[in-house]
Structure formats: C-alpha cells, structure tokens
Design a binder for this molecule. Structure first.
Ligand code: NAD
Length: 324
C-alpha cells in the first residue's frame, strides 16, 4: 500500500516536467522527502512560481525555467537523469476546444521532444501523464485499458497521440515508457482560480467565500475522483516496473464513482455550509460517467491506492482552509 517503502538507488535523479504545477509539485515534494534528487523543468505558463520557491533551499532540488517545445531545453534537462516523470502539458477539455493549435504544440510536440531527449540521454524509465479522456465516447463502465472509443476533444487526442508515440519509443528504441491515465486528480496546491479550474478546488474556494457555484448539466455526471497521494504512488511505482510492462498505458484512479451532486453536498457538509448551487448547460467534450478498472495497474505497477475519496477530500479541504 502507498509509497512509503518504495526505494531507489541512493542519489537517483528524477526529472519532473511541469514541476511547478499541481501534480508535478507534489511529485517533487514526495521525491525530496524520500531523499532523492529532483530537477524540475517548467515554463510557469499554468504553474505557480511559489511551487518552485518552496523547494529552492533544498540542495537536492534544481529548477530549470524552460519550455518543452524547445528540443535543446529538453535534451539539457535530461542529462544524467535516471527517471523522467513527464507532467508538463496544458490541461482542460474546454480550453483545448478553443485553442487546438496550441495543444498540438505543447502536448504533442512537447512530449515527443521529451521522449527523444530521454532516449538520447539513456534514461531508465519515462513515466508520463496521460488521461482518462482517451476513453472518449466509449460508454462502458468501468473503463478498461484496450476498450477506448472516439476522443471528444483536442486535449484527449493529444493524450492519445502521446500514448502511441510512447508505445513506439518502447518498441523501436527500448525506452521503457509507462503512460498513467489519471482520472480527475484532486488535492493540495491544485489551482482553484480561472475559467479552466478543476471542479473540486473551484467549489471549495467558492464555498469558503460563501458564494454559489455553477454546475454544468444536471450534476448527475460522475467521476472517479483520485486523491493526489495515489498519483504519487503510481508515478514512483512505475519507475520500478518491469521492462515487460513498458510501452503501455494504465488507469490511475481509486476505482470509485462520485456524482458532482454528491461531491457538492459532501463539501457543504464538511465546510458546515448549506449553499444551493446554480445550474447551467452541459459542457462540450465532456463524458457523462467515468469509473476506472484499476486491475491492470495493480498487476503491472503494483499500484494499490490508499486514499479513497472521503479521506482525500478531508485532507484537501483542510489544506485549502489553511492556504487560501
Ligand atoms: P498544472 O497545469 O497544474 O501543471 C502543468 C504544469 O506544466 C504547469 O506548471 C505548467 O506551467 C507546465 N507547462 C505547461 N506547458 C509547458 C511547457 N510548454 N513547457 C514547460 N512546462 C509547461 O496541471 P496538473 O493538473 O498538475 O496536470 C499535470 C499533468 O497531468 C498534465 O499532463 C495533465 O494533462 C495531466 N492530467 C491531469 C489531471 C488532473 O485531474 N489534474 C487528469 C488527467 C491528466
């Protein structure tokens, strides 16, 4: 369970791309806490410089401000690296529908640059963020790897292309790649601000301000909300996975299913509020229900998530109450 006992060779160096972001900064912190070295590559486009400053005093931490769209930057960042945890990308389905060209450049070209840089530098493992959005319009639940539908947004397409490139890099160049299909991750340091913020931090912030949030659709849509600690576990364990499992993608979730209305009432309860939400139309590109089968990641990565939604949300709220 968890990642407490996950160990690497002394002085191992991890490159975390997107390390100034929500998931990336949590990965940096976990690796530093375990006593290993971290290099963070981020262009601070959607990340937060505070998530870099908090580690700058640690001699095991190094920050490179740079863009994954630039191959030379990726190559320099991969020098002497043992493990790449590639998180840098632009998220958000609706924003990708507005700006498909930018998503192609950052998420596809940027990831290809990172794969090539990792290959050239002979890194041991290349673990990267994919997304549950690759399941597209396939309605069957739970979502199982190998049963994907047609993607519904440019964002989802970029993740699908990433998976194909990563598979090829394993097949053609023996680079051990592992795609982690995250399902709606939440937890400390996730950005609550802006039009493209994820639903949990956004709702927490709005409720803390005693305002009314807006729910897209009827609120009956469901998701397999996944606490950040589970995602850290998956990344670290993927770095230890067998080469026989390389070139594949794995669901990373808790394996639960919560409707937005459930979540909303849970947040109200924990925060001691009783605020009615507003409702608006459904969002384009969104899927109605999501729930993951995590048996493949359990088998290949030894992933065994500790944190269910209820425990995770309490920790997350506690963090926002103290840090907003
Ligand atoms: P985030 O926006 O908080 O972090 C992304 C980081 O990447 C930011 O710090 C940003 O500045 C950096 N970045 C963006 N473009 C870059 C570029 N061109 N060069 C260098 N750095 C760049 O997002 P997050 O929620 O932490 O997501 C991390 C990864 O996980 C992304 O690949 C995302 O698609 C994926 N993912 C996240 C979720 C989720 O629920 N949060 C779900 C599925 C997949």
């Amino acid at each position: 369970m968890g990642y407490e006992n996950v160990e690497f060779e002394k002085d191992s160096l991890f490159l975390v791309t997107g390390g100034a972001g929500f998931i990336g900064s949590n990965l940096c912190e976990a690796i530093l806490n375990k006593g290993y070295r971290v290099r963070c590559l981020d262009n601070l486009s959607t990340g937060n410089s505070k998530h870099v400053e908090m580690f700058l005093n640690n001699p095991n931490y190094e920050f490179i401000e740079g863009d994954i769209r630039d191959y030379e930057t990726c190559k320099a960042a991969c020098e002497n690296v043992d493990f790449v945890l590639h998180q840098a990308a632009w998220g958000s389905v609706p924003r990708s529908i507005e700006m498909p060209l930018l998503y192609e450049e950052i998420n596809i070209k940027g990831t290809l640059n990172m794969l090539e840089a990792a290959r050239e530098n002979g890194v041991k493992k290349f673990v990267y963020a994919s997304s549950s959005s690759v399941y597209g319009d396939e309605p069957t639940l739970p979502k199982v790897e190998g049963r994907e539908g047609k993607v519904l947004s440019p964002y989802a397409l970029t993740k699908k292309v990433n998976e194909e490139y990563a598979r090829l890099y394993s097949q053609l160049y023996n680079l051990d790649t592992y795609g982690l299909r995250y399902f709606n991750v939440f937890g400390r340091r996730q950005n609550p601000e802006g039009a493209y913020a994820a639903v949990i931090p956004k709702f927490i912030q709005i409720l803390l301000n005693d305002e009314r949030p807006t729910i897209n659709g009827d609120g009956q849509q469901s998701r397999d909300f996944t606490y950040i600690e589970n995602v850290i576990e998956a990344n670290l364990k993927a770095c230890l996975a067998s080469s026989n499992s390389a070139g594949q993608a794995f669901n990373i979730a808790f394996g639960g299913q919560e409707t937005l209305l459930n979540i909303y009432s849970e947040l109200n309860d924990i925060l001691g509020k009783n605020i009615d939400p507003l409702f608006t139309t459904e969002r384009k590109g969104d899927i109605k229900h999501s729930n993951a089968d995590i048996s493949k990641s359990a088998k290949h990565l030894k992933y065994c998530p500790d944190w269910n939604f209820k425990n995770g949300i309490r920790e997350a709220i506690n963090w926002y109450e103290n840090n907003l």
